[in-house]
Structure formats: structure tokens, C-alpha cells
Ligand binder design. Sequence first.
Ligand code: ZN
Ligand code: ZN
Length: 317
Amino acid sequence: MIAVQLDGGAVSVVRRPKPRRRPGEALIRLLCGGICNTDIELKRGYYGFSGTPGHEFVGEVVACDEPAWVGKRVTGGINVGCGACERCLRGLERHCATRTVLGIVQRPGAFSEYFTLPVRNLHEIPAGLATETAVFAEPVAAACEILEQVKIPRGTAVAVLGDGKLGLVVAQVLAARGACIDLYGRHEEKMALVAGPRIAARSSNQRGNSTYEYVVEATGSAGGLREAVAMTRPRGKVILKSTVHEAVTLDMAPVIVNEITLVGSRCGRMEEALRLLARGAVRVEPLISARYGLSEAVRAFARAEEKGVVKVLLEGA
Ligand SMILES: [Zn+2]
Ligand SMILES: [Zn+2]
């Protein structure tokens, strides 16, 4: 089979044997994968990653101990916990200290003709939901996580900073749950993809001070956190969605004086994400900038790094 390989800052497509499925795991054939900023950071060599990336996927189960799954279209939770520790037993596999993470930590990813994931991580894609839409389940789930962590009353104004892939998804998810979004970015054409009655596109230069009770930082840049803190009202909350590889320096005085809560936020639950996508509450099709076959992954990664490009999809062989 073919698989995408990242090594020392370079992308290549390699041939290797099909992975062997361990007990409790499903063997999955890739139908569609999404390239995310994390993949681009892995490619650049951050986190010392070497191997096959890919954590946003839809695939078809081809082998599994439980025959009912075979032939099903699935996506999956990307964190694989040990299943036995106190965090796993509380349903917090994504915080298991010895977890592996699909395509990120100690587990070959989905940008491969075939890959494996435990059956307990799988979620069936509803029949009416297109594969290219469902492939956004992982970033939509990451956006849903915000609402698990912070209760945002309906009608509340929320600032979302960043008009990249994640910012555009976050804005839509929060709007679908009743928030009024001011989306701050530098690319009018990207923000126009999601602007509407509940999402107003604002230029980064229009940022006010101490304006919002809730500010979501999704810029992917070190400066974003500082800006987010400046925009937050006393006693407000800053939700951190960017994973920035470099150390961020922040003057803590405004955080302390204004009693601002910083909330780190990462992966979320897939169920709600699939529901929102199936309902059409989050429209992801306009975010698809390009599609490539798995064997064209080198070009696909190059494209994903170009300015103005939102989501690049990799289609299974
Ligand atoms: Zn991702
Ligand atoms: Zn565990």
C-alpha cells in the first residue's frame, strides 16, 4: 500500500506493507483525509515528528473482530488511551498520560491506504452525510469542545480571532449554538466564506480593548494570545485553540488585574460534531480549497501551505 511519510521537513509517498490489526482494532481503508495546521507543523519538524500523519479522516472498515462494523463508513476519536487508568475510566482517554494519538503521537496516521484504530474510537457516519463533509468531524469536534468547557449564553457576543481553518469552523459552531460572532482576521475572502446573520467579519485592525466576555484565540500565532487577553472584559474568558509550537511570552498583569480566565482547549467529542454536520448547522463545503489523491500528497501539502488556501483534502486510492 502507499502512505504519506514526513521526515526532516519533507513529505514523501512511500510503499509499505498493510498494517497488522491488533485485537480490538479495526483495519480501515482511507476514503478521505483533511490536512490540518497540525500536519503542516509536523511536516516542518516541530515536535520531532517522523512518520505518517493524518488525523482528520473518513474511512471504510475492512476488517474487525465485530463483523457489524465491516463495510461501514467511519470517522474516529484520535486519542487512544490505555483503557485502564483513572482518566481513561472516567472517559477522559484524550488525557491519558500514556495515550497514542492518530498521526501525531506514537501511532501511524490516516494518510495511508490502510490504518488501524480501536473499535471503541469509531463513529459511524450517518447515511445522508457526504464523505467530504464528514471529514471535518475532527475540527468541528474540537470547536464543540469549547461549549463543553465554557457555558456561553445565547445571544452573547463572542470574538473569534483567526480566519484559518479552525477559526472558520469555531465561528460556525458557536454561531450554531446561539452566539453572535465577531470574526477577526486578515483575509476578507476567507471570512466571506462563513459570514452571515450570526457571523460578522471584522478586520484585525478593528480590535477594541476589553470588549468581550468570551474571546476564542485561533490565530495559530504567538501574538494571538496577547491580543485575545487585551480584548477580554474583566472577569471574561479566553479560550485557547491554537497549538503554537514556540514558547509564548505574555504579560500576566492584565490577566491578574482583570481576573481573566484562560481556558486551554483541544479535542472534543465526535458525536455532537457529526450531528451538527448532518443538520447542516456547520457548512464546511465552502472551506474545501482543493482535492488531491493520496499519491499526490507532496503537491497537496505544498498547496495547503499556500496563502489563501483553507482546507486541502486527500482522497483515498
Ligand atoms: Zn487537526
Ligand atoms: Zn489511560
